[in-house]
Design a protein. Structure first.
Length: 70
């Protein structure tokens, strides 16, 4: 489980991408909440200023890993 202390911090999240094969993609942004069901985060693939980030819920079944971003 992701520590509650990470809420509000910059993270890198590997998420399952839909498709015929199991593949992941790395997203960067802010972790907004951690629950028993998954995470809420504002993420984008492109972590550049002005890149669109919308707060969304990601169930644990879609989350491969969560790491603090440098």
């Amino acid at each position: 489980m992701v520590p509650q202390e990470w809420v509000g911090k910059r993270v890198e999240v590997d998420l399952v991408r839909p498709g015929a094969t199991l593949m992941g993609a790395t997203y960067r942004g802010t972790l907004n909440a951690v629950t028993d069901l998954g995470i809420v985060a504002s993420l984008s693939i492109d972590d550049q200023p002005g890149a669109e980030k919308r707060e969304r819920f990601y169930p644990w079944s879609a989350v491969l890993s969560v790491d603090l971003s440098g």
